[in-house]
Design a protein around this ligand. Structure first.
Ligand code: DP6
Length: 474
């Protein structure tokens, strides 16, 4: 038997669950269910797809949970660890969570007595779970797992059983993996969040963030929507190195974010090894972590609180540039940006200077893709006009696949077809005497998005990535 629950609930905080659970008690049909099966079962009634199979008198079942988790872009960067295995950073960082409608990871996790070992599939390919980071997350979650009971389906997993039970994890990103778009952040956050739900882990999001952190540092910030700070903490065991929400996504929803995907290929130096080399060899990193970032964190929190765009943009650009400066100060030097990235910076800098105040902020992670944050929709349309002027699509490209995500920005920019981008006038900040260069084909595509919400459990079985009969990827 398999249940389909067509509901998606916000799970930014465990308390929201509790209120949803109590609202279910008002439903007479589910009320009966509640009385007979107790709170634990009601909890699972919300989001578990259960398949029970009884063959040859042997009871078997597959329990599935599916969740969706956003990615995030740091505006004050994390770069450098003080503890490699616990993943403890050398400075605080702050990020904006991106709208999962356009960039997210979906993960289904399942448990069944028939599973013989832990397995994971990422974007359609089976990958090994033997790495220390996965193992640390799984161990931390199993340690905090609780009883799961569902009499109807003959399911009873006790707290102790979780040590012996195996899980299947199927994960899918709707954006390029390892292209500098923080795919590991969304991926690890989603793995931890979905397994925590499957295992009935009762810890709140900040505790879960400390587990996700052990999978990938930036993942801890994806446990919340809106504006998030990862507090570096002081404890040696990392218990206070957690994410906290500074403001939710509605606090500053004027912001529009345009991502220029410069290259979808795998990056050359991973963040993990890059930051290790920086800590070991850069003479500048200590000054950044000890002197520059602590001041910027205070200023950035203030800018976010007051929705002060010029301050927010100035700090975001300066911090991105300093992160790339310490990458360059590493031995051997690390170049994450390329010529196209530099051209985007120059376009934004010229425009901001021409206007006399910040219109747009830019930030780049460990790759060449630009994340451009504009102050409002009107500015975002003007930004898109500029981007399409400098980086027009190839003539045969379909505009619908060149600008993806929130298409209303494209409409506001007055661009309906590829030929509209070909006839765009040069922006007014360009000196009329110097011919403007255009770089057709240097950008793969643009994603228009904005600040978004935190993780959610998906209760529509159609969104599950696991076949509840076999426990394998659909
Ligand atoms: C440049 O979180 O990918 O995106 O902790 O080793 O997994 P590990 O590194 P990761 O590093 C992200 C670095 C960054 C800046 C940031 O997101 O703060």
């Amino acid at each position: 038997m398999s249940h389909a629950h067509i509901r998606t609930e916000k799970c930014t905080h465990i308390r929201i669950y509790k209120s949803l659970i109590s609202s279910q008690f008002r439903d007479p049909i589910q009320h009966t269910h509640a009385r007979t099966e107790g709170i634990a079962n009601i909890f699972f009634f919300f989001f578990l797809a259960v398949t029970r199979m009884e063959a040859d008198g042997v009871k078997n079942w597959v329990l599935v949970v599916t969740a969706q988790t956003p990615t995030n872009i740091a505006v004050i960067k994390y770069w450098g660890k003080r503890d490699e295995s616990l993943i403890l950073p050398i400075n605080d960082s702050i990020s904006v969570t991106l709208d999962p409608a356009h960039l997210c990871t979906t993960t289904s996790v399942a448990v069944s007595p028939s599973f013989t070992h832990d397995r994971m599939w990422l974007n359609g390919k089976e990958i090994s779970l033997s790495g220390g980071r996965f193992q640390n997350c799984l161990r931390e979650l199993r340690f905090r797992a609780n009883d799961v009971e569902d009499d109807d389906n003959g399911i009873k997993i006790t707290k102790k059983d979780w040590d012996k039970m195996h899980v299947h994890i199927v994960s899918y990103n709707n954006f390029p993996t390892a292209a500098g778009l923080a795919s590991s952040a969304a991926g690890l956050a989603c793995l931890v969040f979905s397994l925590a739900k499957l295992m009935n882990v009762k810890e709140d999001h900040s505790k879960l963030s400390a587990i996700a952190r052990q999978g990938s540092g930036s993942a801890c910030r994806s446990l919340y929507g809106g504006f998030v700070k990862w507090v570096m903490g002081k404890e040696e065991n990392g218990s206070d190195s957690i994410a906290v929400q500074l403001a939710d996504e509605k606090h500053w929803d004027d912001l529009v974010i345009v991502i220029a995907v410069v290259s979808s290929s795998q990056k050359e130096t991973s963040s993990t090894s890059g930051m290790r080399d920086t800590v070991e060899t850069s003479a500048l990193i200590e000054h950044r972590a000890k002197v520059v970032v602590p001041k910027r964190i205070i200023q950035m929190e203030e800018a976010i609180k007051n929705r002060d765009f010029p301050a927010f943009a100035a700090l975001t650009c300066a911090d991105s540039n300093q992160f790339h400066a310490v990458a360059l100060d590493t031995c051997p030097p690390i170049f994450y940006m390329n010529d196209t990235s530099h051209r985007i910076i120059s376009c934004v800098e010229k425009w901001n200077r021409f206007e006399g105040t910040f219109q747009v902020a830019y930030t780049f992670d460990a790759g060449p893709n630009a994340v451009l944050i504009s102050r409002d929709r009107k500015t975002a349309a003007l930004l898109l006009q500029r981007l399409l002027f400098y980086f027009p699509p190839q003539s045969e490209t379909d505009l619908n696949s060149y600008v993806i995500g929130d298409k209303t920005i494209l409409r506001d920019a007055g661009i309906q077809e590829v030929k509209d981008s070909e006839t765009l006038a040069p922006p007014p900040e360009i000196n009329a005497n110097t011919p403007a260069h255009r770089y057709k084909g240097d950008i793969s595509y643009f994603i228009c998005t904005g600040p978004g919400r935190g993780p959610v459990v998906l209760t529509d079985e159609n969104q599950s990535l696991i076949d509840p009969k076999t426990g394998l990827p659909k």
